[in-house]
Write a protein that binds this ligand. Structure first.
Ligand SMILES: NC(=O)C1=CN([C@@H]2O[C@H](COP(=O)(O)OP(=O)(O)OC[C@H]3O[C@@H](n4cnc5c(N)ncnc54)[C@H](OP(=O)(O)O)[C@@H]3O)[C@@H](O)[C@H]2O)C=CC1
Ligand SMILES: CCCCCCCCCCCCCCCC(=O)OCC(=O)COP(=O)(O)O
Length: 311
């Protein structure tokens, strides 16, 4: 058994691994997408990760369409990008803006028409906008569960479905969604948020399979904590704003690094990317490989967090 076809198993295995790595490198180089002049739509571009995505895609020469609810804040991002001096190395463009609330399906469909009018088509749609939630299920109004779902799930679904036919017609386009590690595992006191992100993961996995035959790409990005205002803007069980910068958020990844990873996912057509440290990544595997232990750990976490709240 030591020898296969006269070769040692060791050298054969090493040769196979080497060949696979070489093929992967060639595949990455061959598929590298250039973003110069590409039309890129970013929702939630007024702050946090969306604003950083605007910076990195702008620097790569993309023609941006920035979306959010607040025209003044979007215009501030446009002014900032307009004033960046890139020494003329890359042709950059002044972004367009489209203002709408993602939680209203009728507003989303008219906004999609406005988006398509800007440059006649969309090359990359980045569904980034979202809201988080803090609360105990026992004290949470069902209307809050629904509201989070409207923004985080039905909003991206409605926008994607409004843009999709034009991508199918052109046989070209890339749809990105910013999910979360919480799209893969649920943690206590995040029911509305984790449910919306799990639904997001499922929908965009289906979409990827269905549009593959038209040559369209779908990337689901699942970050861990990022240093943004997400926790401050989170909604609580009674619908009020949480308003606290959580330690986990404050100690999270730099949004610039996450935005660069999003750009990389688009350039290399990555399908599913988890951007988190070893513990959350291990938790994702544990949930699949040893669910009973994962559920036990989450139950203890729920008790501990409840105790802290009561103190
Ligand atoms: N920060 C983190 O730890 C993590 C964040 N994420 C995800 O990253 C994405 C970006 O969040 P982040 O940058 O962190 O948080 P921010 O709160 O900084 O940004 C959220 C953005 O979403 C927009 N938005 C919120 N609600 C709506 C709505 N109803 N209609 C239109 N736009 C809306 C906001 O724009 P405006 O208020 O101007 O309308 C804002 O630009 C979210 O999907 C989030 O779930 C994922 C993992 C970790
Ligand atoms: C083999 C050993 C495995 C050990 C696993 C231990 C389990 C540890 C649990 C870790 C849970 C990580 C949760 C990460 C959550 C996260 O990163 O969420 C990202 C967000 O979307 C943040 O949103 P939020 O509003 O919750 O701040």
């Amino acid at each position: 058994m030591e020898r296969v076809l006269g070769l040692g198993v060791g050298p054969l295995a090493a040769g196979t691994v080497g060949l696979l790595i070489l093929l992967k490198v060639i595949q990455r180089l061959r598929h590298k997408q250039n973003l110069q002049d590409k039309v890129v739509v970013i929702t939630g571009a007024s702050s946090g990760l969306g604003k950083e995505c605007a910076r990195v895609f702008h620097a790569a020469g993309a023609r941006l369409i920035l979306c959010g609810r607040d025209q003044k804040r979007l215009q501030e991002v446009v002014e900032e990008l307009r004033n960046i001096n890139n020494n003329g190395k890359i042709q950059t463009y002044i972004p367009c803006t489209v203002t709408f609330d993602l939680s209203s399906t009728s507003l989303v469909s008219s906004a999609a028409k406005e988006i398509l009018k800007c440059h006649g088509h969309v090359d990359v749609l980045i569904n980034n906008a979202g809201i988080s939630y803090r609360g105990n299920i026992l004290d949470t109004h069902v209307s809050v569960q629904r509201d989070v779902m409207e923004t985080n799930y039905f909003g991206p679904v409605a926008l994607t479905q409004a843009i999709l036919p034009s991508m199918v017609d052109r046989r070209s386009g890339h749809i990105v969604v910013i999910s979360s590690v919480q799209g893969k595992i649920s943690i206590p006191y995040r029911s509305a948020y984790a449910a919306s992100k799990h639904a997001t993961q499922a929908y965009f996995d289906c979409l990827r399979a269905e549009v593959d035959r038209f040559g369209l790409q779908v990337s689901v990005i699942s970050p861990g904590y990022i240093r943004t205002n997400l926790s401050i803007n989170a909604v609580t069980g009674d619908g009020s704003q949480y308003g606290v910068m959580d330690k986990t958020t404050a100690k999270g990844w730099d949004p610039v690094d996450v935005a660069r990873a999003v750009l990389n996912a688009v350039c290399h057509r990555q399908k599913d990317v988890v951007l988190a440290g070893p513990l959350p990544t291990a938790a994702v595997y544990l949930r699949t490989l040893w669910p009973a232990l994962y559920f036990r750990l989450m139950a203890s976490r729920a008790v501990k967090e409840q105790r802290v709240k009561e103190e």
